[in-house]
Design a binder for this molecule. Structure first.
Ligand code: NDP
Length: 322
């Protein structure tokens, strides 16, 4: 069976490609620059890559760019989307690739009869940001949808990009009769396969690399291996539908620092929280739908340990105390 993965060189996508190859799939993988070894070498070295991994050049903003990637595929995993926060031009850097790019990929799917299901990598960013109160007793679930206007007001441009992209994707897939399933992970951590540091792993690197303060923020966290598995299960399980939130635990950064301290007692970690406001409260995210995909969730402390070990192994951090 042949499937396609867009943005294949990225953090989540690399794990997805790895697991797809291990399950015997032939994978058509899109990257922007197939000649850049930093984007492709780790993929070409995966078990099963020889013979069953094919690289394609495609850009989200180039109309029709994905036609040849999607051709002949039964499943399409659309993961490509920019994820970073330091943007100068949110429209050009984040919103256009996210929204127009998603519609570009879905347009290729709509005209390709072999495609039976599309799995869209959305985010908890498209779920939980709507201004509703979030306190420890509140359970966020798949019925929540972020409010782009609320997020624009807060200049949360990445959140806006993911919310608008998912919303457009549902509208388009309904109109064209595409069977689409959405995956909505929180902050993804765990081992890196790729050599380039991604935004969510960087959040942990900052803490262990001598930051003076930790952010006053509360996020859900989930292991990259669970995220990749959920994508495949969402494709393989015929009854899978709608969206799936993926969160092992929602914790404040202070708790991340506590766990890191327990794992690495001699590590220098930030002692104080940025700003003088009270800690942003935690909330819950329902695991019920994710469990129906067979996801058991790797515990947060294990995910943190795997992240630190991987950052060390990849040379992003050199700490004698680790
Ligand atoms: P990475 O930064 O590692 O990967 C992003 C990928 O998007 C890269 O492969 C990049 O391609 C591709 N991309 C960006 N812009 C374009 C473009 N114009 N045309 C083609 N490809 C493009 O991030 P992650 O693996 O973390 O993110 C992957 C997906 O998961 C994204 O959709 C993100 O929103 C989502 N997500 C991530 C979470 C996290 O915590 N990491 C949480 C929830 C959702 P190239 O290699 O060519 O640069």
């Amino acid at each position: 069976k042949t499937v396609c993965v867009t943005g294949a060189s990225g953090y989540i996508a690399s794990w997805l490609v790895k697991q797809l190859l291990l399950r015997g799939y032939t994978v058509k993988a899109s990257v922007r620059d197939p000649n850049d070894p930093r984007k492709t070498r780790h993929l070409l070295g995966l078990e099963g890559a020889e013979g069953r991994l094919k690289l394609f050049k495609a850009d989200l903003l180039e109309q029709g760019s994905f036609d040849s990637v999607v051709e002949g595929c039964v499943g399409v995993f659309h993961t490509a989307s920019p994820f970073y926060h330091d943007v100068l031009d949110p429209q050009a850097e984040l919103l256009d690739p996210a929204v127009k790019g998603t519609l570009n990929v879905l347009s290729s799917c709509a005209k390709t009869p072999s495609v039976k299901r599309v799995v869209l990598t959305s985010s908890i960013a498209a779920v939980a940001y709507n201004g509703k109160p979030q306190t420890p007793d509140v359970v966020v679930d798949e019925n929540w949808f972020s409010d782009p206007d609320y997020c624009k007001g807060l200049k949360l441009w990445y959140v806006v990009s993911k919310t608008m992209a998912e919303d457009s994707a549902w509208k388009f897939s309904k109109e064209k009769g595409i069977d689409m399933v959405g995956i909505n992970p929180a902050m993804v951590i765990g081992p890196l396969l790729q050599p380039i540091l991604n935004t969510s792993a960087a959040a942990i690197l900052n803490l262990i690399k001598g930051a003076e303060t930790f952010p006053n923020a509360t996020f859900g966290w989930v292991n990259v291996k669970d995220v990749a598995t959920a994508h495949i299960q969402a494709f393989e399980i015929p009854s899978a539908s709608g969206r799936y939130c993926l969160v092992e635990r929602v914790v404040h950064y202070s708790e991340i620092v506590n766990i890191l301290h327990q794992l690495y007692p001699s590590l220098q970690l930030p002692q104080t929280c940025a700003g003088d406001k009270p800690y942003v409260p935690t909330y819950q995210v329902s695991k019920e739908k994710a469990k129906s995909l067979g996801i058991e969730f790797i515990p947060l402390d294990v995910s943190l340990k795997e992240t630190v070990e991987s950052l060390k192994e990849k040379g992003f951090v050199h700490l004698s105390s680790l």
